[in-house]
Design a protein around this ligand. Sequence first.
Ligand code: FAD
Ligand code: EPU
Length: 339
Amino acid sequence: MIKHTDFSLKNFNTFGIDAKTSLFIEFNSEAELEKILNEEIDVNNKRFLILGEGSNVLFSEDFHGTVLRNSIEGIQIIYEDERKAVVKSGAGTHWDDLVEFCVRKNLWGIENLSLIPGTVGAAPIQNIGAYGAELKDVLVSVRGFKIGENKFIEMPKETLELSYRNSIFKTKLKNKFIITYVTIELDKSGKPNLSYTGLAKYFNGKNIKEIGIEEVRNAVIEIRRSKLPDPEILGSAGSFFKNPVVNTGTFNKLKLKYPDIVAYKVDEDHWKIPAGWLIDNAGLRGFRTGNTGTYEKQALVIVNYGNASGKEILDLAKFIQTKVKEKYQIELEPEVNII
Ligand code: FAD
Ligand code: EPU
């Protein structure tokens, strides 16, 4: 167990915000977590935050409470037959290490989620997704400590209310469940999922005889590197907002006014519009104010050019929301967890 008081979180969030926490405790086993909950902090009554790698949080000010950093590691195949493998991973494992492990073993299902920053334990929180895949496609269950019941329990996928960038952990169980393990089921004879147009295009004309799992992983990594900032170089938390979903009536009106608008059909009456397109088309791609701005290659990503404070980033986010609302009458909802 590692413990610090009055501790800077600058190296523990990918925005690189220099916010302080009153107490920082890192645990690497369920036994250590239990000891912390018994001896160090009463999570039923005191303010706390579970932190993975801080790649989806914005510290808008200092955190007056306890940050519990999850570092439970380890990846294990717990069942396999000729068709599938069930893999269990510690919540503190780096997500892309799990992807790499599975790709090496030719286990299909998460290769499209290559290079997403963060820990395995945070992946169910917003049901991470990219390039036509989502965690919910492969998730079996999560294990963790349920605050209130004060015991470790297993929660099957069906109980987690997983949807686009959402789960029960962002609603009913917000701050009520500490994930310690995640179990997924992968396919031994999968096929490449090229449903995302950009990924299919990548392979067009490349003359690859058979697109294997390694090729898919490498393509996703290359596309991501060309579009998204590397948090080691430029601070961000990826997409700052969710892509809004509108009904067909609203979409048709927008299409009349903006014939080039990009949209994906969700169902008979709903369309998902890339927030990046809305922000870009409002003239705000590459916009910069003080230490912060929108990324020049992806308007949906707010970046920290240096020593931005959390408040500066939050102010820019609010400015973008106002501009988008004025222009299109659409409310952008943050994807990032604002603390
Ligand atoms: P943190 O930021 O530490 O935490 C996020 C939330 O989860 C917080 O509310 C925290 O309290 C909670 N939490 C974390 N761990 C636990 C736990 N063990 N138990 C309970 N609650 C927990 N996301 C995508 O979905 N798709 C992408 O393509 C994508 N691309 C990104 C690109 C970049 C450059 C960056 C910086 C981020 C991107 N993200 C993307 C967002 C981010 O990578 C994911 O949300 C990731 O799952 C966050 O992991 P983390 O460990 O950093 O979580
Ligand atoms: N676009 C613009 N201008 C921009 C940005 C985007 O016109 O500045 C247009 C693009 O040309 C494209 C469309 O918007 O036609 C969609 O852009 P992109 O493919 O980059 O994806 P996105 O919708 O912006 C989502 C996720 C990403 C994920 C990618 C790939 C959300 C909020 N974001 O981005 O997730 O990696 O798709 O699947 O759903 C994250 O969650 O942090 C994240 C990076």
